[in-house]
Design a protein around this ligand. Structure first.
Ligand SMILES: Cc1ncc(COP(=O)(O)O)c(C=O)c1O
Length: 456
């Protein structure tokens, strides 16, 4: 029964999706499992009537691969289960935020224990200090750490901090790197030349990107003395997976030092994913500011920036660069993040690296036996998929690969019960849930899917 506000006629309680079916499906009105809505399609139609495009993050809408998204009811380990009850081996893992597998017991019990003590206070709490210390211990360039709510907030705060600390305006970004939905970093780029001040999306005025210079990845650009910061994905994981060319990161470090600019590593994906010290440890290059997200929240919303004491103390309340957030350092996100980092030993990373290599090998085998020309680069625990004869080194090259083939394999894999990201330029993620049995199933399904993709 839905209670209504008599004066306004509006519902004041959350209704069941279907009052006849929900109670018998074991649903409550607020913890909706989707069980009362018959199909992914019905659910998507209903969502689309209230959420633009039916999704809260654009890529989830399947626009670049065609079709309609599955609606996830729940996940366990390496699997997700949609509202129709179909199980998929999940290679998305929340775009890298989930590393231990879905509903990992150490995370769910940390969350349960934390939730009963309250979910947000607007005051300092013990776990935010512990998470900041845990990050500092593992990533020595981060003498000070500020927690926030998303990777996007981390990159936008890092840019503001760099501008405030240097007193300069200009920033340099790399074509094909992605730093979240922040205006100054949504500049257009491409075709091998430096591009200045062209918005990459409607809604971003030219003024917002007037000081953003976009240059090709894997080439050290000229860095003028008007540059506040260079922001880079140290391993590019949003144009497929592209490793930094030998000397690229070292070259950026030297060029930034020469120009007095700050070097920002966006480790929102690579941080705690390719190793405890992230890409900066793997390549032994120390940035001035590091952006984190994803893994450090154990699957809950989080972001963070870290850097030297001198740079970070430019942030308010010590310095003049403003940062604040109602939910920053959230008690649940920090509980989940601490539980995740606590599990991520060197052995776990070795294991994840081995699984990433197995994933690449089984994809390679399946494609080559189906006659599909493809490359599956592995960087640490990250796997990329490119359909073409060469492994790209930048976004112009990545865009020359066969997106249609990706879309065909994507749908063939989905039909076999394997979920890849619905876009050709995302990484494939494995986690602790992808054990030997899952990898064996993955190999069999991938073989069938690759053959099906050639017939599609
Ligand atoms: C490298 C990188 N930086 C920043 C972001 C933005 O993070 P969030 O989605 O948490 O805002 C992403 C998101 O995928 C990312 O891949």
């Amino acid at each position: 029964m839905v209670r209504r506000d008599a004066a306004l006629g509006a519902a004041v309680t959350i209704p069941f999706c279907d009052p006849r079916l929900c109670p018998s499906a074991g649903c409550t009105a607020t913890v909706c499992t989707g069980k009362a809505i018959a199909s992914n399609h019905d659910f998507y139609m209903r969502s689309s009537a209230v959420i633009p495009g039916g999704v809260n993050s654009s890529i989830r809408a399947f626009k670049s691969v065609g079709g309609e998204p599955y609606i996830v009811a729940r996940g366990e380990g390496a699997h997700i289960i949609d509202v129709e009850g179909k199980r998929y081996i999940d290679l998305v893992q929340s775009y890298g935020a989930v590393i231990l597998g879905h509903a990992y017991p150490a995370i769910t019990s940390a969350l349960q224990a934390a939730a009963v003590d309250g979910t947000s206070f607007g005051a300092p709490t013990p776990r935010e200090m512990k998470l900041a210390e845990a990050i500092r211990e593992r990533v020595p360039s981060c003498e000070r750490v500020r927690l926030m709510n998303s990777g996007t907030e981390a990159t936008s705060t890092a840019v503001r901090l760099a501008r405030g600390a240097t007193g300069r305006k200009r920033i340099i970004t790399f074509y094909g790197n992605f730093h979240g939905a922040t205006d100054a970093l949504l500049a257009a780029g491409g075709s091998g030349i430096a591009t200045l001040g062209i918005p990459g999306t409607a809604g971003v005025p030219e003024e917002a990107v007037a000081n953003t210079l976009v240059v090709p990845y894997n080439v050290v650009p000229e860095i003028g003395t008007d540059v506040a910061a260079v922001i880079v994905e140290p391993v590019a994981a949003n144009m497929g997976v592209v490793a930094p060319a030998p000397g690229f990161l070292e070259g950026l470090r030297a060029a930034c030092d020469k120009a007095g600019a700050l070097l920002i590593f966006d480790e929102v994906i690579t941080g705690f994913r390719i190793g405890p010290g992230g890409a900066q440890a793997k390549y032994d290059v120390k940035p001035d500011i590091t952006c984190f997200g994803k893994v450090i929240g154990g699957g809950l919303p989080i972001g963070a920036i870290g850097g030297s004491k001198a740079v970070m103390e430019n942030l308010t309340p010590l310095g003049k660069v403003f940062h604040a957030g109602t939910l920053a350092g959230n008690p649940l996100a920090t509980a989940a993040g601490l539980a995740a980092l606590n599990e991520l030993t060197q052995d776990v990373y070795m294991e994840l690296g081995a699984r990433a290599r197995t994933l690449a090998t089984l994809l390679r085998d399946a494609c080559s036996s189906a006659g599909i020309v493809a490359q599956f680069p592995v960087v640490g625990t990250l796997v990329g998929a490119f359909f073409g004869a060469h492994t790209p080194t930048n976004f112009d090259e990545a865009k020359q690969t066969d997106e249609q083939m990706y879309a065909r394999l994507f749908h063939a894999m989905l039909a076999e019960g394997v979920a890849m990201a619905p876009g050709a330029y995302e990484a494939l993620f494995v986690g602790l849930g992808h054990d030997d049995t899952v990898m064996q199933q993955l190999a069999e399904r991938t073989h069938r899917a690759a053959l099906a993709a050639t017939r599609a």
